[in-house]
Write a protein that binds this ligand. Sequence first.
Ligand SMILES: Nc1ncnc2c1ncn2[C@@H]1O[C@H](COP(=O)(O)OP(=O)(O)OP(=O)(O)O)[C@@H](O)[C@H]1O
Length: 293
Amino acid sequence: MEAIKTSSLTKYYGTSRGIDALNLSVREGEFFGFIGPNGAGKSTTIRTLTGLISPTSGSAQIFGKDIRTERETILKNIGYLPSEAVFYPGMKVKDILKLSAHMRKINCSKRAKELCERLQLDSSRKVDQLSFGNRKKVAIVCALQSNPKLLILDEPTGGLDPLIQREFFEILREQNRKGATIFLSSHVLSEIQRNCSRAAIIREGRIIVCDQVDALSKTNARRVTLHGSVALQGLDGIRDKTDGNGFTSFLYSGDMNLLLQTLAAGHITDLSISEPDLEEIFLHYYEKDGDKA
Ligand SMILES: Nc1ncnc2c1ncn2[C@@H]1O[C@H](COP(=O)(O)OP(=O)(O)OP(=O)(O)O)[C@@H](O)[C@H]1O
């Protein structure tokens, strides 16, 4: 069964585009990445799926249940981490965690304690005395403590130090191995690459590509870096060109023979031709009108 399925899901804030005819399908048990530049529509998608805002048109189902008509049943199976968590001031962390569990009518104190220990969160502190990163941990424990079937995480790692990030992803991978579906919205490409099997890239409110992360990283383009001088004018297939102190670097997706002829006519002291890194490939998707590298 699909954990998440949207059909032409659209949300406009007045005349301002949030998401536009979004079609997305996430299978049960997947660790799925959702990436895109600022303002692309990631949070709008997530807020619509969790019922915090209503779609303008289109539809979506979570585990086959309609987000408009079966929201209460859906929410029982979801752990949601908002990008900016807000808590009642003056409350102790342990009371926030209890309140969150109480709203689900379940007792998860054992799991909450274990998560606090692993994430190094002192649950006896008042939430307003916590740093940004520690408040983020409170939101994480709230989302994870009930071992939900579906975890929807909106930019979860902002503010977490690298060691805690590592532990957090270890916890997510454990939950995923036990069958939980994970929907991870992130700006951090390495997080997506390390953890997700599939990912969708959203730009200007639309999914522009959705595929296995390995397939998304494949490209015909090569990163060419050369020291010396060469006339590249007239050579088609060059982009992302930078000139530094005696060197030139660019992505090339044109005819290799033409590249070699052009280089041979120049004066080159050093040359490397390599695969571009994943970041370069993803950034290309982010650019307006960017096709696959
Ligand atoms: N409450 C709102 N009222 C009007 N427009 C909004 C509102 N919330 C979001 N938008 C607009 O919807 C579009 C998508 O925003 P959204 O917050 O979903 O993007 P995002 O991909 O989560 O961005 P970021 O990575 O910066 O968090 C943006 O153009 C944004 O300005």
